[in-house]
Structure formats: structure tokens, C-alpha cells
Ligand binder design. Structure first.
Ligand SMILES: [Zn+2]
Ligand SMILES: [Zn+2]
Length: 712
């Protein structure tokens, strides 16, 4: 019996690019699962979309001087294109700014309000006296009372995953100006989460098959007691409240974005011209709902979303499993200073075959505990497993057939013990891969799949067809037949994990169809003798050692985060300012030629990127101890802005203590602005692409600069 599988992928925020951790944590496991079930003949509906509202987007928009809608749309486009390049096969990838999404949210809001599951209450909200505004949660930052992390946000601690209220934070500060917020009364709507405790306990009773850490986190959350949660915030970017008198407030993302799973299903059905079709998944008690999310998203999917669903319509299907992953850490600042290459998906996708990334992300998938991304490991796994084991095996089998059997699959004759054992191996590994996938164990599933290629290599070595072809051509033909049959099985078994290379292999095997449209059990079928092969390039290519990417050249620089604390006109240069700059542990005077591009009040207080190891020089009689970095467009100059939440003095490129260089030396190297206004070091040959970063975030040009604009 085909099953009905609904798959939801955590919605990426439209406030910045996603890194490989998001892919390994949620998108990739969901996609493997969807592809596997489609091949099994199950009915799959997989949806996701961009979470466009909320404070991460407005914060970024403020930082860039854009509207939240512009920022949200830009990153929605980026996410969609990344999903496509990675082969994440959603039936619909949507976004929360769509009217049809808003309608579903407002409908749920009103229904819950009428049933008194959402109610109005006066509450105290953090208010910044200096900015003269309420501070919705992410606009407050402080120390987490649970783990002491000092950059916890007002809604959640990124370090320990605890959901927080802004007033839980110790040492709270306004994210915009640093002022301590005060409490001020305002009216908001609350979701009566406390009223769902009994039903949630009932729902969670049979969830012992959940991943242990997911269950533990959920039960811990239940034990702490369920508190009613505010569902509206003082913000103007979001879904409007469908009741009069609340024009300056919006429904907040924690409530609204999860509803996207339902609204996107409805939209998917509408676009197919079968507007009721979504109900097949949402009202069928046999449909299984899987939500693939990172560990920071667990309570939203195991407690809050089920409560919203229960509150709205008791007959709706609740999550069957939430196989949340832990984090694939990317090393943040560590990554930026030495290794030189970003870990952001758009950059990785420019550099690597999507299947190389899919393989690595699955092989290191943080299913049970956090894992660490390194480029060395990416190269090692690609070169020593994907290429040396799988790629090598199919290449050997296919090229041998091509050279010795007229480019066609030889017929199988008498099967000896080794041949039969190899055919049994196909069946055995196929079964193990499927079993692991059924239980959402992706890492083990992939290990069993690659094991089939390993066994194939052993079989090939044991048969030694290069000798056998001279001694017994028929027996050799049998061996090659079995090896090609194993390659065919691999193309099918690998298809959920590595759809692109599986398709290439499928085509080399002489098929014109789409491997992802084959049935899972096709892996066990034999190869027709005489089928013409189309042997081409090897399936995978080697990833060269990436450490060379920074080439040592980046280490010749010492570029740090500074802040302009004073600006004066240069008395003898009408293009020059004299700046006093705070670098955290030292102060410096710089002379900068940006007087025609920036007014004094525009740059006073700005954070800038400072080249610290430039030899001191006198510019029209005034000493300059370093240089401010700026991008030069055809019409204007834009200073480079470091991320706003890293300490002064943070390293943006190279290392502190790098030896001094003269201005002429500096000019031998190239820096430029790339996509998203990000600044890169290109090296002396212009071939590197080392982003200027701190805290895992990019340095960007202050004003719109064309791609390729030089930095001086
Ligand atoms: Zn914490
Ligand atoms: Zn403020």
C-alpha cells in the first residue's frame, strides 16, 4: 500500500544567505526522504518557503538602508535558487509575504480568537527611551539566564536553544543603540498555550520513536510548564492583525511562519487546479507528517505547531515525527580568519558539484550530536570516498566493458560463488539502505550505500578481469555484467542522496529515462545484455586542497574592525578627513579621502574596516596610521562596513602582527566587491575569493556598489 507522506522543511529566514549547516540540518534530509518515498511509490507532498517577516529582516533592512520587503525578496530569490541548485525537490517553495498565506494565518487567528484560545492582554514590553520605540524581541540582546551566553536574543538563546522573554535576559540592551530598555505597558494578543497541556500530553504519549534528543527537549519543555505566549509584536513588517485598533502591530513570526506548512499545501493544490487536493494529506489520519528542522526549532514543531493545529481544527493531522538535527558548526570567526573561504551556500554552490556537497553534508549529518564543517574534511570525503570508492568502481566497470565488449553490456553466463555473492550484496545493501531511510537515519543509510560500491571494488579486484579477459572471455563477460549490474543498482540506490550524479550514471548505462522516476525496487533488476553504454567523464572530480585558497597571502594583512569616534576636516586637503578610530584595544588617527562622498555626521560613529599594518605616512602634513577600506564605484565611494555585532578590533582578514607594508605593496593586491555587496580579497593574481568576515558575517559596502568595484 502506498503511504501518504507530508514533508515540511524549516523555513529559512529571508534575512541573509544560509550556510551549509542549514542544508545538512533540514533541507537535505528532507529531500533524501522525499526522493526515497517517491521512488517507493508513496504519495509525497513536500513544502517549504522563505520566512520573510520578523525582526531579522527589519534589522538587516535598517542596516542596509533598504525596505524590509526589498531585503526579504532578495533573499527569497537567493534561497529559491539555492534549493534548485542543490536539487531540493519541494513541490512548492513559497514565501510568507504572499496574500494567500496571510489569509490562512488571519483565518486561523480569528478562529482561535473567537474560541478564546487567543485573547487580549495588557503586557509590559521593552521600550527604548533613546530610540523612542518598543523593541520587539530580537531588538533586545543580553545574557542568557540559562547558559550565560552574552549575545542571547530577546526571543531565544542561539547557544542553548532556550526560548526566552526579553525580560528574562540579564543586562538587556537595545540592539540599535545599546541603551537599557525600560518596561512600558501595551496591549497584545496571547495564545493560550497553557490550555493545551492535557491534549499535548496525550499527543506525545506514543512518540517514543522520536529521536532521543527531540523527545528529551520536548518533555523538558512540558515539565517547565506551558506559558501563554504573545502572538503579536510592535512592528510594521508582518501579517496584519484582522481586528481594528491594531494597525501598528503585526502577528509575529513564531505563530505565523509555521502556518506556512498548511498555507503552502493549500496554495500548491490551488495552483494544480485541484483546490481540495491538500486535504488528502491534512485530513487523512493515515498520512504521516514529517518536519525536518534544526534543533533550535524543536519546540515550535513539537509543542506550538501541534497546539495551533489542535486549536484550529481537531481533525487536522499533527506531526508524526520531527527528526530534528543538531548543528553542523561552521567555526564562525575561526573559519573567516584563516581558511579564507566562506561556508555560505551560494559560495559553496559556485565552487563545488552539488552532489559533492550533498555527499559531505549527509556523511557528516549532525543527527545525534553537533558536528564540525571543515574544508579539509569536505575534500577528504569527496576524494577518498565519493571519488575513490563509488566513482572509481563504476568507472572501472564501464570503461572495461567499453574497451573489451564493444561498449555494450556483456551477457552473463555461468554464475560462480563470487558472482552470486555480489548479486546478494546488491540485495542486502539495498535492504539496509531502505531500512535506515525508513527510520530517518540518513548517515547510516549513505554508509550502507557506499558500502555496496566498496564491495563492488573488492569483487572487481577478486575477478581481475584484466587477466580473465585473456584466459576466459565468457567468464570475464559474466564478471563485467555483474559489475555493470552493480553500477546500475548504485545509480538507483544513490538517487535519493545524489540525484545529479545518479542521473549521469544512469545515462552512461544507456538509459534515456529519469533515474529519480524509477521505482526503488528497480535497483534489484538485471541489466539487459547488449545494452549500449555511453561512457563519459568520471562521475566525480577531485577537490584540490583548499587550504591553499588563502595562499598565505591573506596572512600578509591585518584588517580589523574599528569605529570612527571623531571626524575633522583636514586643514590643508579639501578631499581629506582626519579620523580618530577606536580599535578596541588601541586608538589610531587615519587620514581618509572620503570628504566628497560622506558628510561628517554621516560617518561619525560608523564602524569601518581598517588596514592596520600599513606603514605610517604623512598626508599633507598629518600622520595617518593605517587606512580605511572603501569600495570605489564609477560615481561614488562606499566605505566597507563590518558586521555590527562583533567587538571592535575583531579580525576581518589576516592576522594581528602581520609585518608592515607600504602603500605600493598594498596596491599589488586586489580587493573587490562581489554579490550582495560583500567585500573579498582576491590576492595578487586576482584569483582568490577570500571574504572579509567576522563572527561568520560578511563585510559589505555601505552603499550599492556594482559587482567588481575595486576596494582601496
Ligand atoms: Zn542560553
Ligand atoms: Zn535604542
Amino acid at each position: 500500500m502506498p503511504e501518504k507522506i507530508f514533508i515540511g522543511i524549516a523555513w529559512p529566514y529571508s534575512s541573509g544567505p544560509r550556510h551549509i549547516g542549514h542544508m545538512a540540518g533540514a533541507q537535505l534530509p528532507a529531500d533524501i526522504f522525499a526522493r526515497y518515498h517517491r521512488m517507493k511509490g508513496d504519495e509525497v507532498l513536500m513544502v517549504s518557503g522563505s520566512d520573510q517577516h520578523g525582526t531579522p529582516t527589519t534589522l538587516r533592512a535598517e542596516q542596509e538602508g533598504k525596505t524590509p520587503a526589498e531585503v526579504a525578496e532578495r533573499f527569497h530569490q537567493l534561497h529559491s535558487s539555492n534549493f534548485e541548485k542543490l536539487g531540493i525537490s519541494c513541490d512548492l517553495y513559497w514565501k510568507t509575504s504572499e496574500q494567500n498565506h496571510k489569509k490562512v494565518v488571519q483565518d486561523i487567528f480569528l478562529k482561535l480568537y473567537r474560541d478564546a484560545k487567543i485573547f487580549e492582554k495588557t503586557m509590559e514590553s521593552p521600550y527604548c527611551p533613546k530610540c523612542d520605540r518598543f523593541l520587539p524581541d530580537r531588538y533586545v540582546e543580553g545574557t542568557c539566564p540559562n547558559c550565560r551566553f552574552d549575545k542571547a536574543r530577546g526571543d531565544q538563546c542561539d547557544n542553548c536553544g532556550h526560548i526566552l522573554d526579553p525580560f528574562d535576559l540579564e543586562n538587556p540592551r537595545c540592539k540599535i543603540c545599546g541603551t537599557t530598555p525600560v518596561k512600558r505597558e501595551t496591549n497584545h494578543f496571547f495564545f493560550r498555550l497553557s490550555g493545551f497541556e492535557q491534549r499535548l500530553r496525550e499527543y506525545l504519549k506514543d512518540k517514543s520513536y522520536w529521536r532521543q534528543h527531540v523527545l528529551a527537549f520536548t518533555m523538558g519543555y512540558m515539565r517547565e510548564g506551558l506559558l501563554d505566549r504573545a502572538v503579536t509584536r510592535d512592528i510594521e513588517w508582518g501579517v496584519e492583525i484582522p481586528l481594528p485598533g491594531y494597525e501598528t502591530k503585526r502577528i509575529y513570526v513564531w505563530f505565523e511562519a509555521v502556518i506556512g506548512y498548511l498555507s503552502t499545501s493549500i496554495e500548491w493544490a490551488r495552483r494544480r487546479g485541484e483546490p481540495e487536493k491538500w486535504k488528502d494529506w491534512w485530513y487523512d489520519p493515515k498520512a504521516k507528517h514529517y518536519y525536518f528542522v534544526g534543533k533550535d526549532n524543536i519546540p515550535f514543531h513539537t509543542i506550538i505547531w501541534p497546539s495551533i493545529l489542535m486549536g484550529y481544527d481537531e481533525k487536522l493531522d499533527l506531526p508524526y515525527d520531527v527528526p530534528a538535527n543538531q548543528f553542523l558548526n561552521t567555526g564562525g570567526a575561526k573559519m573567516s580568519s584563516g581558511r579564507g573561504v566562506g561556508v555560505w551556500l551560494p559560495e559553496l554552490l559556485e565552487r563545488y558539484d552539488p552532489d559533492a556537497l550533498r555527499y559531505y553534508a549527509t556523511a557528516t549529518m549532525p543527527e545525534m550530536r553537533d558536528a564540525e564543517f571543515t574544508f579539509e574534511d569536505l575534500a577528504a570525503k569527496n576524494n577518498s570516498e565519493l571519488l575513490a570508492v563509488y566513482g572509481n568502481f563504476v568507472h572501472r566497470a564501464l570503461t572495461f566493458a567499453s574497451k573489451n565488449f564493444d561498449g555494450a553490456v556483456p551477457a552473463a553466463g555461468f554464475l560462480d560463488g563470487a558472482d552470486k555473492a555480489m548479486i546478494r550484496n546488491i540485495e542486502e545493501q539495498w535492504r539496509k539502505v531502505g531500512q535506515n531511510l525508513d527510520f530517518v537515519h540518513f548517515k547510516d543509510a549513505l554508509r550502507e550505500a557506499i558500502q555496496l560500491a566498496r564491495l563492488g571494488n573488492q569483487y572487481f579486484d577478486q575477478k581481475a578481469p584484466w587477466d580473465l579477459v585473456r584466459k576466459d572471455k565468457a567468464a570475464c563477460g559474466t564478471a563485467i555484467h555483474v559489475a555493470v549490474r552493480t553500477s546500475r543498482a548504485l545509480a538507483v540506490i544513490m538517487a535519493p542522496f545524489l540525484p545529479f550524479s545518479s542521473q549521469r550514471l544512469w545515462s552512461m548505462l544507456g538509459y534515456d529515462s529519469n533515474v529519480s522516476e524509477q521505482r526503488w525496487a528497480e535497483a534489484l533488476e538485471d541489466m539487459p545484455a547488449g545494452q549500449k553504454l555511453r561512457v563519459g567523464k568520471p562521475l566525480f572530480s577531485k577537490i584540490e586542497e583548499v587550504q591553499a585558497a588563502s595562499g598565505g597571502e591573506a596572512d600578509m594583512f591585518d584588517i580589523r574592525v574599528g569605529q570612527i569616534v571623531d571626524v575633522k576636516d583636514h586643514p590643508r586637503g579639501d578631499k581629506l578627513y582626519v579620523l580618530q578610530v577606536d580599535l578596541g584595544d588601541e586608538k589610531r588617527q587615519l587620514v581618509a579621502g572620503i570628504r566628497q562622498n560622506y558628510k561628517k555626521e554621516e560617518i561619525a560613529g560608523k564602524r569601518i574596516a581598517v588596514l592596520c599594518n600599513l606603514q605610517p605616512a604623512k598626508l599633507r602634513g598629518i600622520e595617518s596610521n593605517g587606512m580605511l577600506l572603501a569600495a570605489e564605484g564609477p560615481a561614488d565611494v562606499a566605505i566597507l562596513i563590518p558586521p555590527n555585532d562583533v567587538p571592535l578590533g575583531s579580525q576581518l582578514l589576516g592576522k594581528k602582527g602581520a609585518s608592515m607594508m607600504g602603500f605600493e605593496d598594498f596596491q599589488k593586491f586586489k580587493f573587490a566587491v562581489g554579490e550582495e555587496h560583500r567585500a573579498y580579497f582576491l590576492g595578487s593574481a586576482g584569483k582568490l575569493r577570500v571574504p572579509l568576515m567576522a563572527g561568520g558575517k560578511h563585510v559589505i559596502a555601505d552603499k550599492g556598489m556594482p559587482e567588481g568595484a575595486a576596494v582601496r
